[in-house]
Design a protein around this ligand. Structure first.
Ligand code: SAH
Length: 518
């Protein structure tokens, strides 16, 4: 049942150096329709999250045998699944054909008559070049780059690396997998005439907020690397290009470079915040603490939609509320005309933008304080003597409802259910316990309660010592955190995801990142 050769069922895909933003669009596209993803160990979860939610995800680590005995198992997995008609993505770090044995996998697929496609990725040397701000080629000093594996022992019989030729190579040397053999590599190059003072550098995790690097002369590179605590895997760069490195690079100068931040928003809302944090240089983790779903009982919402003209105002307190409401309108076979006779209030800019997304212009939004308090103050003069419908989650504060009830008739309708989803075994809790996350960005009171419920004693002690900093999106969230007995490191000034990020930036400025060794 081999698929026709025009219709590849296996994609050999480069995942790039580790940041999701450096994936190609083609890679994201095939991941989104994969039935099976077989990935190398170093591919980060953030990238695996882009896979089709129904896809089976297998890490090669979990296949039988030790490297390189795993290869026959990898080949047969790819071939068997492709023959079942599944869309198989074989995901590898960097580029699949640069020291990734992608060529051998392609050969095995050809031998089995399975059609494949190769999707290139950003290889480590190019990520290092960009993120260290160090052109590997330059008209002034380097007209060539060599990509070299440092894995082969110079003394090994049949060693195919000609260190003599490389010592004379007129350009930049980029050596992969060479950290463990660095002293040998340096000795060979110098023996064949490379100047001991040649500028050189070791970089690990290039392209991510975890990037660390050290620059030295060729002769002293291994000592410098040890002192800086850089271990394998890392890339070695040798040549004049290293002198032209900007230190710190544009990326290392970003305000959150190296900072580890836990994002706690629900899955579908986390992505933009994560992207923004990563572009600021942060290393992000995601713990979806609450999930939202259509209401268990949509009856009251349906009734409200059908009789919307009963109310003079409808008040939206989240972008989710807008989306669920409008989707339900569609579901009932109705359209935006149901809003014809009713005025619209939005709690803040995101909620207003959600309304505008449906071509609905909010009649009022608080000018600056995007909270129940701000909305109550803005809305009170407008709604006196009217009937108001609050479109909200199944749980939340009663403040707005109580305030408006002083002068208006207020009804509430549940437009979506919010449920706690923080899995106590989520890897984020382990990272917190081990002190590997500094900032926990808490984006609502309910999120804060759900996240903090999973903290153990070790994590609590870290919070008390200020090693973990809890950052609240608003004073309301801050209050919820304090009520649970935790200190609040900062509260956002603007009660939006951007405001939350700004609060993290201020804390990072006050106490800059000190990279922890190893
Ligand atoms: N196919 C990969 C390379 C696989 S070999 C690519 O194209 O990048 C694994 C080696 O790649 C590591 O030992 C290290 O030398 C290098 N490497 C991979 N990702 C890296 C990164 N983000 N920063 C620095 N070196 C990296």
């Amino acid at each position: 049942m081999n698929p026709p050769s025009s219709d590849p069922h296996v994609f050999l895909v480069g995942a790039g150096p580790g940041a999701a933003g450096l994936l190609t669009l083609r890679a994201a596209e095939v991941l989104a329709r994969a039935d099976l993803v077989v990935h190398d160990q170093l591919v980060p979860r953030r990238i695996l999250d882009l896979a089709n939610p129904g896809a089976e995800i297998i890490c090669v680590r979990d296949l039988p045998g030790q490297h390189p005995e795993k290869y026959p198992h990898i080949y047969s997995l790819l071939v068997d699944r492709a023959n079942l008609g599944q869309c198989v993505v074989r995901l590898k770090g960097g580029d699949p054909l640069v020291f990734g044995r992608g060529g051998e996998e392609a050969e095995a697929l050809r031998a089995a008559g399975v059609a494949y496609e190769i999707v290139p990725g950003v290889t480590a040397a190019l990520a290092a070049s960009a993120f260290l701000d160090m052109p590997l080629t330059h008209r002034g000093y380097a007209s060539a780059v060599a990509l070299i594996t440092g894995h082969e022992l110079p003394s090994k019989p049949g060693n195919r690396i000609d260190w003599e030729a490389l010592a004379k190579f007129p350009g930049t040397l980029a050596i992969y997998m060479g950290i463990a053999r660095l002293p040998l590599i340096v000795a060979e190059l110098i023996r064949f005439g490379k100047r001991p003072e040649t500028p050189a550098c070791v970089v690990e995790r290039a392209g991510t907020g975890d990037m660390r690097s050290v620059t030295a002369t060729l002769a002293s590179l291994d000592d410098a690397r040890r002192q800086a605590g850089l271990e394998a895997p890392g890339l070695i760069l040798i040549g004049e290009a290293v002198t032209h490195r900007r230190d710190p690079s544009w990326f290392e100068s970003r305000p959150l470079f190296g900072q580890r931040v836990l994002v706690t928003r629900p899955r579908h809302q986390a992505e933009t915040m994560i992207q923004r944090l990563e572009s600021l240089g942060a290393v992000t983790y995601h713990l979806p603490a609450v999930e939202i779903r259509p209401p268990t009982d949509p009856g009251p919402l349906d009734a409200a939609i059908r009789l919307l003209n009963n109310w003079q105002w409808i008040v939206f307190t989240s972008a989710n509320g807008v989306d669920f409401f409008v989707n339900r309108v569609k579901h009932l076979g109705l359209d935006l005309r149901v809003f014809g006779g009713v005025k619209l209030a939005a709690i803040g800019p995101k909620t207003a933008a959600a309304l505008r997304g449906y071509h609905l212009e909010p009649d009022t939004t608080p000018p600056s304080t995007f909270s129940s308090e701000g909305l109550a103050a803005t809305l009170a003069p407008h709604v006196a003597g009217t009937r108001v419908l609050l479109a909200r989650a199944n749980r939340g504060r009663e403040f707005l409802s109580e305030e408006l009830s002083k002068t208006a008739v207020v009804d509430r309708v549940t437009v979506y259910d919010q449920i706690d989803a923080a899995d106590p075994h989520h890897e984020a809790y382990g990272l917190l316990r081990r002190g590997e996350i500094r900032f926990v960005a808490l984006s609502s009171s309910n999120v804060a309660k759900a996240v903090l419920a999973g903290f153990d004693e070790t994590t609590n002690a870290r919070v008390r010592r200020g090693e973990i900093e809890l950052v609240a999106i608003s004073p309301e969230t801050g209050r919820a955190i304090r009520e649970l007995g935790y200190p609040v490191a900062a509260e956002a000034e603007r009660f939006t995801a951007e405001g939350l990020i700004d609060a993290v930036i201020s804390l990072a400025k006050a106490r800059p990142h000190v990279p922890h060794p190893g």
